[in-house]
Design a protein around this ligand. Structure first.
Ligand SMILES: [Zn+2]
Length: 204
């Protein structure tokens, strides 16, 4: 269990308690949880929460443990672009929908690229702020793969900004964490940015 999960002295509430909490919020919204259309809503919301927040059940470090060392001397940037993710802001429980670009410069080991996307999901499917999400993905790859450098760039829309509060649709937030050579070496960082801006050649 990571440090983000529940402290041991506060046991997880039961499903019935969670459903009851949803009924309370429905009443708070001004509706009647007993009416027919809302009858199954608490159980649906609780199941949706299991999906939205399943990242708490995944240890992102173990996702990266299986690596490949026979890379024929490959020592250039590996970049996975446009990893779509869904997260929820920890301040309003509102969706954050975005794309992550994850790059690393291997030292001696590479990892299956699907694992990079799974690390993004493992952290996205928790209550988040975008700055921490970005740093957690980068730090995990850095800790486990020990590459020459890691770069994570995230662009996303926060529904807590578009549907409430200041009501600003169309605004995207961009965050980045650069570690190792991506932080220290301007040329490496420029090379990454050029790769990011290049149109895709595979039709995606
Ligand atoms: Zn928010």
């Amino acid at each position: 269990m990571s440090s983000d999960s529940q402290p041991e002295n506060t046991p997880r509430p039961s499903r019935t308690e969670a459903e009851q909490a949803v009924r309370t919020l429905l009443r708070w919204a001004g509706d009647n949880p007993a009416r027919e259309g809302l009858h199954d809503t608490p159980s649906r919301v609780v199941r949706a929460y299991e999906e939205f927040f399943e990242g708490y059940n995944t240890n992102p470090h173990t996702l990266l443990e299986r690596t490949f060392s026979e890379v024929e001397g490959y020592d250039e940037i590996v970049l996975l672009r446009d990893i779509r993710f869904e997260s929820h802001c920890e301040h309003h429980l509102a969706p954050i929908i975005g794309r992550a670009h994850v790059a690393y410069l291997p030292k001696k080991r590479v990892v299956g690229i699907s694992k990079l996307a799974r690390v993004v999901d493992a952290y996205a499917r928790r209550l988040q702020i975008q700055e921490r999400l970005t740093a957690q993905i980068a730090n995990t790859i850095n800790d486990v793969l020990e590459p020459q450098g890691v770069a994570v760039i995230i662009e996303s829309a926060h529904e807590c900004m578009t549907t409430r509060g200041v009501h600003r649709p169309g605004v995207s937030m961009v965050t980045s964490t650069m570690l190792g050579v991506f932080r220290e070496n301007t040329n490496t960082r420029q090379e990454l940015l050029a790769m990011l801006n290049r149109p895709s050649a595979c039709g995606v």
